[in-house]
Each structure stands twice: as structure tokens, then as C-alpha cells.
Unconditional design. Structure first.
Length: 187
């Protein structure tokens, strides 16, 4: 049995992306549901957000969407799943963090990157030890990992921090990596 009960998924909210990214989001949602892991996400019904949530829901999984009121018309809340409407982005991000044991980052834009980097910053400050996996099939996140290696090489972050995050190319590998890291943290 996995110690991962709930995974926060950060991802893009645009429909104008490569359809392979949409399919990857669907695969992730289905895999989370298959393993009985609740998906926590930003609540939207568009882009990779909507694709992953619909897929998890359609596969019988539990999904919690957290949406700030001002984004209701932009990200089009996915109403078929449990959701919470909050007043601002800060509350959304804090609640997503609190409701999750680990994080998976799918391809996305500046908002996705900002959410992931904030959680990594909190980990670097020892505010949590929740692991994070970056998931892509085409090397989308490879430049981010080059930057992380550059930051570590420059002495700004210790080498040990690198073990907090992984780069995977399948949903199965990403979930397995998170489960493995949580087991090691619990020992």
C-alpha cells in the first residue's frame, strides 16, 4: 500500500497546446485513479488541468479542484468533481499544498512553473519534505533540470536537494518515484 494518498498536479490551463500533452495529462489522471490516489489540482476544466481531472474522474478516482473566484470564467471550473472556491491565489496554493502528500508537474506555462518553484523553495527552507516529480514524454522539463544543476553547481543549493525532485517520462514512473521517496522519508 502506498503512503501517497493525495497528489497535487500542476499543469497548463490552455487548450492551444500539443495534443500529446493533453494525452499525457489523461494518462496521469487515469493512473492516479487506478492506484486509488486522490488528485488535487487547480479546479479548471480546460487544458491539461481539465484533461487530467476528467480522466481521473472517469476512471473512478477522487479529485479535488481548488479555484480562486476570479478565475471561474477563465479556467472554467470542472463541476463534476469536488471543488472549493477560494478568494485568491495564495489561498489556492496553500490549500493545494495542505491537501497533498506529493506533487507532479506536467508541462505548463509560467503559472505552472511558479507553483512548482514555490513548493521547491518551501522545501529548500525545510518547511516540508514532500517530493516532486516533473513529468513529460519529450524533454519539456529538461531545460529546468539543466538550470537546477547549474544552481547546484554554483553552490546556491546543496546537491542533496536534487533528491527532492525527479524527471520522469511516464505517469507510472512519476508515481513510483514519489512513493519511493515518501517511503524513504518515513523510515
Amino acid at each position: 500500500m502506498s503512503n501517497v494518498r493525495s497528489v497535487c498536479v500542476y499543469c497548463g490551463a490552455s487548450n492551444d497546446v500539443n495534443k500529446d500533452y493533453i494525452r499525457l495529462a489523461e494518462k496521469l489522471g487515469a493512473e492516479l485513479a487506478k492506484r486509488g490516489i486522490r488528485m488535487v489540482y487547480g479546479g479548471g476544466g480546460v487544458g491539461l488541468m481539465g484533461a487530467s481531472a476528467r480522466s481521473a474522474h472517469n476512471a473512478g478516482g477522487k479529485v479535488l479542484g481548488i479555484m480562486p473566484r476570479f478565475l471561474l470564467t477563465k479556467e472554467m471550473i470542472y463541476e463534476d468533481v469536488e471543488h472549493v472556491i477560494v478568494e485568491d491565489m495564495h489561498t489556492r496554493k496553500q490549500m493545494m499544498f495542505q491537501e497533498s502528500d506529493a506533487f507532479i508537474v506536467l508541462p505548463g506555462g509560467i503559472g505552472t512553473l511558479e507553483e512548482a518553484v514555490e513548493i521547491l523553495s518551501w522545501a529548500r527552507l525545510n518547511l516540508h519534505a514532500k517530493p516532486m516529480a516533473f513529468l513529460d514524454e519529450d524533454g519539456f522539463w529538461a531545460p529546468f533540470f539543466e538550470l537546477m544543476d547549474h544552481i547546484i553547481g554554483g553552490g546556491f543549493t546543496p546537491k542533496s536537494f536534487r533528491s527532492m525532485l525527479v524527471h520522469c517520462d511516464t505517469p507510472e514512473a512519476a508515481i513510483d518515484a514519489l512513493c519511493d521517496r515518501i517511503v524513504r522519508l518515513d523510515q
